[in-house]
Design a protein around this ligand. Sequence first.
Ligand code: 5GP
Ligand code: ZN
Length: 138
Amino acid sequence: MCIFCEIAKKSIPSYKIYEDVDCYAFLDLAQAGVGHTLVIPKQHVKNIYELDEATAGKLFEVTCRLAKAISKAMNVEGCNILNNNGSVAGQEVEHFHIHIIPRVANDGNTFAFKGHHLTEEQFKEVKEKITSILKEYN
Ligand code: 5GP
Ligand code: ZN
């Protein structure tokens, strides 16, 4: 049983924000910012690795529209669009979802980790690795 499938089917109640044939959007129970919304495909897809590009396009179209509407409605200065894939990345619910998190100044909701420092050589190595594998996806 997948909780987000149940939500999309309305077997489990949710605060629905939007719905169409392919997508469903609802308020996250834990509001990282007021208006925090999750956008999901109605079809069960575990994470980005299982997501097809056509559905990804539909989901991001909806995310784009909702980010604007939510930000205007909540009167916020910005928002984070966030998506976790796999438990190592913090994914808790194994049904693909995009977070829209409204943000205001000094809300304390920060990304603390400021990143790895790579040398120019390391940047080049990473770029080469990714661009060579990317050819397999064209
Ligand atoms: P993840 O960590 O997988 O990216 O995010 C999962 C999100 O789903 C969390 O922010 C959590 O609050 C939310 N969530 C988990 N169960 C439910 C639920 O039953 N209803 C709603 N509306 N949100 C849920
Ligand atoms: Zn599901």
